[in-house]
Design a protein around this ligand. Structure first.
Ligand SMILES: [Zn+2]
Length: 92
């Protein structure tokens, strides 16, 4: 599998560190108790289909990316810089 890093170009998947889903669904509301928060932090859903994930180009530019990957086929559907989503460091 190859990932198209927006800064480095097409690279082998082994150059990247995968952190997991970029968005966690179901964050408990305040007051739901420690069990709900424990489940949120430690139990992961494993959806089949397109999923946004945090990937770091660890052996390249070290940028954090949002990779949209089909978890059923492993097809990469899109790659963008995570800083573009979070607003980056432009405020500094
Ligand atoms: Zn890169």
């Amino acid at each position: 599998m190859r990932i198209l890093c927006p800064l480095c170009g097409l690279r082998d998947r082994r150059e990247f560190y995968v952190s997991g889903a970029a968005v966690r669904i179901g964050r408990p509301a305040p007051g739901e108790g420690p069990e709900a928060m424990d489940d949120y932090l430690h139990l992961r859903t494993n959806p089949e289909g397109p999923l946004d994930e945090f990937w770091q180009h660890e052996q390249g530019c070290r940028a954090w990316l949002i990779v949209t990957r089909d978890t059923g086929t492993h097809e990469v559907l899109g790659v963008r810089l995570a800083q573009d989503i979070a607003g980056g460091d432009d405020a500094a």
